[in-house]
Design a binder for this molecule. Structure first.
Ligand SMILES: Cc1cc2nc3c(=O)[nH]c(=O)nc-3n(C[C@H](O)[C@H](O)[C@H](O)COP(=O)(O)O)c2cc1C
Length: 219
């Protein structure tokens, strides 16, 4: 524990570290429904995220129509095949991975980024992508809260944003950045699925933590 007087008590602190450690990207779901109050709570956590200039540039579309869910799934399948073709010699290996659970999950959200354009320059004048970073903070909050509630979340980013925007009648200044599959799970994986399936192994923090300037030859 730290020596700060504002530190959480030991049990609360352990829970925070635990949820960060045990959050996983999930692609296999049980069919059991998600309690609506729990869904509301995790959405409230997303909405509590930090945002550049307090711009709150997120919108959440709760997809409850089956026909829309199926169309979203079809868009993801198309992009999955395009991704596979672009991967060259890892094509078949990629196609064996499960990269979404859109038809299986209990709840489906599409998360949109609202682009404030030139009006929103607070904190974004030189780094316009800070609006995207803000929405990602919201998604991470939801992801962690969901894990603590025992719910799995899978972030799917394999889709053509223009076609998804058209399907969901987005205005011009908004674009979808995530499809979130949410639901109960049989179990949480002990490590990232991509590592378990030998797609890629995570590298340690020591390779990514530098002192002062960028070391020669560091990736
Ligand atoms: C921005 C973002 C986009 C992602 N898009 C996908 C995706 O389209 N399909 C997928 O299977 N996983 C996707 N993931 C999940 C990552 O593969 C996963 O977070 C990573 O392998 C680490 O695993 P973990 O989240 O279980 O720790 C995405 C994650 C992030 C942060």
């Amino acid at each position: 524990m730290s020596n700060s007087p504002h530190c959480y008590d030991e049990t609360a602190l352990a829970a925070v570290y635990r949820v960060i450690r045990e959050r996983r990207d999930v692609r296999s779901f049980l069919r059991t429904p998600v309690d609506p109050d729990t869904l509301a709570r995790i959405l409230q956590c997303a909405h509590a995220a930090p945002s550049v200039g307090l711009s709150q540039p997120w919108r959440f579309l709760h997809i409850t129509r089956l026909d829309l869910r199926q169309k979203i799934h079809a868009l993801v399948q198309e992009e999955r095949l395009r991704t596979a073709d672009a991967l060259g010699n890892r094509r078949d290996e990629f196609l064996r991975l499960k990269v979404e659970g859109i038809l299986d999950c209990a709840e489906l959200l599409v998360v949109a980024l609202v682009q404030g354009g030139a009006r929103e320059i607070f904190g974004r004048r030189t780094l316009p992508e800070m609006d995207l970073a803000s929405v990602a903070c919201g998604i991470q909050n939801l992801w962690l809260a969901a894990r603590a509630e025992g719910l799995g979340v899978g972030w799917v980013s394999m889709f053509d944003p223009l076609r998804l925007a058209e399907l969901l009648r987005f205005p011009e200044h908004a674009r979808p950045i995530a499809i979130l599959c949410i639901g109960n799970v049989a179990q949480f994986d002990p490590a990232p699925r991509l590592a378990l399936e030998q797609w890629r192994q995570p590298r340690p923090l020591s390779e990514m933590l530098f002192e002062n300037d960028w070391p020669d030859g560091a990736p």
